[in-house]
Design a protein around this ligand. Structure first.
Ligand code: SF4
Ligand code: SF4
Length: 322
C-alpha cells in the first residue's frame, strides 16, 4: 500500500470543485482524516455485477497526478473493515472484523447491489459463519439497523436496477424498499465514483446531505455545478442540442452532433450532470483524454441509468416515451 490519508486528501484537493470543497471545508476534511476515531466503513455487495466497485477503481487510476490505486485509498484514507472484492482477509477472519464493527455500531455502511427477497434470500449468500449461510437479505437487515448512515452505491442498491427488472424470479429490490430505513442513494449504472467520494467526504466533514424524493443528494442530481437549481436533465445541457433549435435527429448510430432521441435517448427526463461528471474531475479533461467520456458524448443514447425507472421494459434503442 503506497497511498495514505495524505494521498486521499490530495485527491480531494485536486477534485475540490466537483466535490464542492472550499478552503475551509478542505481544512476540516484534513482534520477529519487525521481523526483516529473516524467511523469504520463496511462495503457489502449483493445482487450486482460489481461494476460500481470496478468503476471506482478505474476512475481513480486513470488521471495523471491523482492517486492511482483505489485499494490504497480506501485502505488507508478511511477505515475500511470489509469489502469482499478488494480486502485481503478471507473467511471467518474477515467476518470477525465485520462483526467487531457491527457490535460497536455507528459505522458507515456502503451497499452495492439489490436485495433478493424470494427463496428466503438464498439467491444471494454473502458468507458462511459458524457453519451457517448468511444471506445478503439478512446481512442488510442487521447491518442497516446499527449503521450511522447507509449509502447505496449504484442503481441496483438504490432502486433494484437490472436485478429487479423483467421476470427475474429472485424478488430483487432496492435497500430502502426492503428495509424501510433511510438511505443515501448514489444511483447510476455504474455510480459515478466522484459522487461516491463526495458522499464519503460530506460524512467525514459532518455536513448534512439534503436528499430528493428518491433519496439522492440534491447537490448531485438536482442542481448544476454552479449551484443554480434549474432543471438539470441531461437533455437541457446536451451538446447535440445547444440552443434547442431543432438539431437533426440521428437515424443511425455514429452520426456526430445529431440528436439521439429516435435511438432511445432518455435524456429529456434523466436528472444527472453526466456531461461534466464523466469527463474528468469537475468536467476538466485530463491531458490527451477523449473529450466525450460520457454516454451521449460517445454517440450512445442516455439510458436514464440514474433513475428509478431504469432499465424499464422498453428496448434501449427505440424511441422512449414516459
Ligand atoms: S441526444 Fe438525448 S439528451 Fe441530447 S438533445 Fe437528443 S434527446 Fe436530448
Ligand atoms: S448519460 Fe444517462 S445512461 Fe449515461 S451515465 Fe448518465 S444517466 Fe446514465
Amino acid at each position: 500500500m503506497s497511498l495514505t490519508r495524505r494521498s486521499f486528501f490530495r485527491y480531494c484537493t485536486l477534485s475540490a470543485a466537483v466535490l464542492g470543497l472550499d478552503a475551509l471545508k478542505l481544512r476540516l476534511l484534513d482534520e477529519a482524516l487525521a481523526n483516529p476515531a473516524a467511523p469504520s466503513v463496511i462495503w457489502l455487495n449483493g445482487s450486482s455485477c460489481t461494476g460500481c466497485s470496478v468503476s471506482f477503481l478505474n476512475r481513480i487510476s486513470d488521471v495523471p497526478g491523482q492517486p492511482t490505486d483505489v485499494v490504497d485509498v480506501v485502505g488507508n484514507a478511511i477505515n475500511l473493515v470489509f469489502h469482499p472484492t478488494i480486502m485481503s482477509a478471507a473467511g471467518e477472519t474477515a467476518i470477525s472484523a465485520l462483526k467487531q464493527a457491527y457490535n460497536k455500531g455507528g459505522y458507515v455502511l456502503v451497499l452495492e447491489g439489490a436485495v433478493p427477497t424470494a427463496f428466503d434470500g438464498h439467491a444471494c449468500v454473502v458468507w458462511k459463519y459458524a457453519g451457517q449461510d448468511v444471506t445478503y437479505q439478512q446481512a442488510v437487515q442487521e447491518l442497516t439497523a446499527r449503521a450511522l448512515v447507509t449509502i447505496c452505491v449504484g442503481t441496483c442498491a438504490s432502486f433494484g436496477g437490472i436485478p429487479a427488472s423483467g421476470s427475474n424470479p429472485t424478488g430483487a429490490m432496492g435497500v430502502h424498499q426492503f428495509t424501510g430505513r433511510p438511505t443515501i442513494n448514489i444511483s447510476g449504472c455504474p455510480a459515478n465514483p466522484d459522487w461516491v467520494v463526495w458522499a464519503v467526504v460530506q460524512l467525514l466533514l459532518g455536513n448534512p446531505i439534503p436528499l430528493d424524493a428518491d433519496g439522492r443528494p440534491v447537490a448531485l442530481y438536482s442542481t448544476n455545478y454552479d449551484g443554480s437549481p434549474d432543471v438539470p436533465v441531461i437533455h437541457n445541457k446536451c451538446p447535440r442540442n445547444p440552443n434547442f433549435t431543432g438539431t437533426p435527429l440521428a437515424l443511425n448510430f455514429g452520426e456526430d452532433g445529431h440528436c439521439l432521441q429516435n435511438l432511445g435517448c432518455r435524456g429529456p427526463f434523466t436528472k444527472a450532470r453526466c456531461k461534466a461528471a464523466w469527463n474528468g474531475i469537475g468536467g476538466v479533461y485530463p491531458p490527451g483524454a477523449h473529450p466525450g467520456h460520457w454516454c451521449v458524448g460517445v454517440n450512445a443514447p442516455c439510458q436514464g441509468c440514474v433513475e428509478k425507472t431504469f432499465p424499464g421494459a422498453d428496448p434501449f434503442h427505440e424511441p422512449y416515451t414516459l
